[in-house]
Ligand binder design. Structure first.
Ligand code: DGP
Length: 110
């Protein structure tokens, strides 16, 4: 079982900020911004593309949950990212949407 599946199963602790039938959101262990929340499908999918193909409604929910959290925290802007593949920085192969906010972000990202 992957590390995020273990958080979903409550086998290891996660600092959970939102939960629905299909989606879980929890604070990133190594936050890169004042708000750094990971929003994941509870069902294991390796990547955003696989999630889009297999469960598009759940993929859409990740975005609505991100916006809901941003509104609750009154963020004036935020960045969303899916890293896909090692060369793009993916280290956990369970699809996860990064919600980053609370500081300015440069573009293009490094
Ligand atoms: P990525 O590099 O895009 O695959 O992002 C993986 C993120 O997951 C990274 O920002 C650190 C975070 N992370 C890794 N292990 C854990 C964990 O056990 N708990 C939590 N909350 N976050 C984790």
């Amino acid at each position: 079982m992957c590390i995020f599946c273990k958080i979903v199963a409550k086998e290891i602790p996660g600092d959970i900020v939102f939960e629905s039938i299909d989606v879980l959101a929890f604070n990133d262990l190594t936050p890169q911004a004042p708000t750094h929340v990971l929003i994941i499908p509870k069902w294991h999918h390796e990547s955003a593309a696989e999630l889009a193909a297999m469960a598009p409604t759940t993929l859409a929910e990740l975005f609505t949950v991100a916006d809901q959290i941003a509104k609750e925290r009154e963020l004036d802007g935020y960045r969303l990212a899916f890293n896909t593949g090692e060369s793009a920085g993916q280290s956990v192969f369970h699809a996860h949407l990064h919600l980053l906010g609370g500081r300015p972000f440069a573009w293009p990202p490094g």
